[in-house]
Structures are given as C-alpha cells and as structure tokens.
Design a protein around this ligand. Structure first.
Ligand code: PMP
Length: 384
C-alpha cells in the first residue's frame, strides 16, 4: 500500500513503539503515588517532559500533557478566555480551523460568547488586512492554526501575534499539522499557547500537549493535581514517553528542514506530473505551504470516484479533513476560500510523509492518469 494520507495520521516509528513497551511492562505505576514504583514512573514522566521541552524550544513547566490536539485546543480557548481581563469576551477563530475546533466556536457562540471569524483569501492564506480590522480591544484571544490540515497553507503566526498582542489579546495556535513538518521553536514562535498531537509526527495516538507560556493567565478546565493543576487526570505515561521519542527522532531544526525539502521536491514532482492531465487544479499552490501536502481536483470528477481509482492502485488518500470525509458536505475550508460546491466536492488531498519515496510518486504518476483521462474527456465533452 502507498500511504498518502499523512495529514490524517502517521505510522508510529519503530523506535517510538520500542520506547513505549517497557513503560507498559515496567513503569505502569501511578506517577502520583508515593511508593517506589510510583516515584519511578514520576522520574520517567519528568525525563519525558524535559526532552519534550528541549525539542519544542520551551521550558519544562510550559508543557501541559493532554490527550491530543482536540483537548489542547479546547482547554486553551476556554482557559485563556476565562482568564481574560475585564471587558474582553470576544474570541476570534480563523474561518478554516479544524472541524472539531469550529464546533467549539459554535458551542461558545450558542452559550452567548461573542465569536468572530478571520477570513481567508482565495488561495487559502489569511486575509491579514481583515484580521487587523477585527482584532480590537474587546478581544480576549485569537485562535489560529499554524498550517491548514486540508490545503497545507501556512498562516502568518508572527504577524497575528503582533496584532493580538498590540490589542492586549492572547494568541493560541493549533500547530498540529506544523510540528514535525517544519522547524518549530516555542520561544520564538510568538504564540502564548500552542497545541500539538503526537500521532501527526510518527508518535502514538491519544497524546499531545498544550504549550502554555510561563506567566500566561489561564484558568484550568479539567481540575486535578496533575500538570501543576492545569490538567487533572492520571498521565498517559506510555503515550508521553512515545511522544518524547517521536520528537527526538525528528532531530534538530536542520534535520526537519532537510526532510521538508525532500518532501517538497516529491510533492512538486507529483503535482507537475498530475497537472499534465487536463483541468487539474491545485489549491494553494502559489502560497506558502506544508512541504508534503497537495490538495487538488481533477476537473469536477467527484472525489469519491478519484479515491476509488486510487484505492484500486493501492494508494490511500483522503477527500479532505479525515474527520469529515465520508460525508457529502463540501469542505468548509474550500467554502471559506470561495470555491464553488461542485469543485469542492472534487477535492482530493494527497499528503506525503517521512516514509514517502520517489517510487511511490512514480507509481501514482504512471498508473493514475490512464484511469482518469477517459473521465476527464467525458466531462469535457459534456460541458462543450
Ligand atoms: N487540529 C488540526 C489542524 C488537525 O489536523 C487535527 C487532526 N486531524 C486536530 C487538530 C485534532 O487532533 P487529534 O485528533 O489528535 O486531537
């Protein structure tokens, strides 16, 4: 199988699984227990926290382990909002946030919180002029993704951080798709809180973190003594150790940049080859993008049909956000970019990762065009 769905999830690296197994077998005691085994688990937790902090460019006490990005996103928004100063109640989300995060936006609005949305341009980039107009003195926080999971388009985090901070608002960034794919350093990133999820960078599922800037006002949402009172609940130590191992495997910023360049070259070759077919359109192609993501349509051939052909070729891909695929509703991301419904229903996402090779791209480029050409010709004839 050729796996081109790395934005949905990635396979855990063998070294990650190897790091986790002894934790299941030997370090299963509760890190909050006072006895010897508990203290052993606590030491492993501290070591994993220290190496997570080193890899992400933050302080150990700025790491709050969570069950993944969804939880980190929710607790960041609710926790920063609850701690905001008097008169600051508005929360701004970008219009292209992850589907789960936009559900939170809806829930807040239904509960009476003033919620606003930062629009994007037709290429998927943030409309920074509109953002500047919306980030006013009543804003408690802005919640913005670092990179979009569908288009791969990068958001101007530093610019929005400057706007938010000038207005006295906090900035939360969902960096779930960014971390592991491009060099990241919390201290220089500009955000007050950053969410991540280990399974997007060859770590285990069900574990992630919220990085919370030291001194940032924050009201805990899950009460308990763990994580310095910021997130209660017995820690998922095997997951946390696995995430730390996955971060270590990424190497330093130069290693991440080199892997990004390798994936970008593969992705560009893939797009060049596919664009030789008539009526292929790639979204966000001219915008700054994640290196391995390609979001495209083949004329108006429905994504289901294209995915079915890909499946026959042994290629696993996605019709957009994994969480919403399978449904017949077009992507809200493409909707926000002003893409018509019939074009959006043709959207296919190919996302490469660390195990993607030139041979995979060559296989797809030799096998897919003959399967799609007749469909595209048919469509062209029908439109003529
Ligand atoms: N944010 C973004 C941008 C994502 O791509 C995802 C995963 N699809 C999430 C949040 C949620 O991550 P998790 O399911 O691991 O909580």
């Amino acid at each position: 199988m050729i796996y081109f769905d790395h934005n949905a999830t990635t396979p855990p690296a063998p070294a990650v699984v190897a790091a986790m197994l002894p934790v299941f077998e030997q370090l299963w005691a509760n890190p909050s227990s006072q006895h010897g085994p508990g203290q052993g688990a606590k030491r492993a937790l501290s070591a994993a926290r220290a190496s997570t902090a080193r890899a992400l460019g933050c302080k150990a006490q700025e790491v709050v382990f969570t069950s993944g990005a969804t939880e980190a996103n929710h607790m960041a928004v609710r926790g920063l909002l609850a701690a905001a100063g008097h008169g600051r109640r508005r929360v701004l989300f970008s219009a292209v946030e992850h589907a789960g995060h936009l559900r939170l936006a809806r829930a807040l609005a239904e509960a009476g919180v003033p919620v606003g949305f930062l629009p994007v341009c037709s290429d998927g980039t943030l409309d920074t002029t509109a953002a500047a107009g919306l980030i006013g003195p009543d804003v408690a926080l802005v919640s913005l993704m670092a990179a979009n999971n569908e288009t791969g388009v990068l958001m101007p985090v530093a610019e929005v951080a400057a706007l938010a901070h000038a207005a006295g608002a906090a900035l939360h960034v969902d960096a779930t798709q960014f971390i592991g794919k491009l060099p990241f350093d919390f201290a220089r990133f500009g955000a007050d809180a950053v969410s991540l999820s280990a399974h997007k960078f060859n770590g285990p599922k069900g574990v992630g973190a919220l990085l919370l800037r030291q001194g940032q006002p924050f009201v805990p949402q899950t009460l308990g003594s763990q994580e310095r009172g910021r997130r209660g609940g017995t820690e998922n130590l095997p997951g946390i150790v696995g995430m730390a191992a996955a971060l270590e495997l990424l190497g330093g910023g130069d290693d991440v940049a080199a892997e990004a360049a390798r994936q970008a070259a593969l992705r560009d070759a893939l797009e060049r080859g596919l664009c030789a077919l008539p009526a292929v359109h790639v979204w966000g192609q001219g915008a700054p993008r994640l290196p391995g993501t390609s979001y495209l349509r083949f004329g108006r051939v429905s994504a289901d049909v294209v995915l079915n052909r890909l499946e026959r070729l042994g290629v696993a891909a996605s019709s957009g956000a994994a969480c919403s695929s399978g449904g017949s509703e077009p992507s809200h991301v493409l909707g926000a970019m002003g893409v018509p419904r019939d074009e959006a229903l043709a959207a296919v996402r190919l996302s490469l990762g660390r195990m993607s090779r030139a041979d995979d791209v060559a296989h797809l480029l030799s096998a897919l065009p003959p399967l799609l050409e007749p469909l595209l010709r048919e469509e062209h004839a029908a439109l003529a």
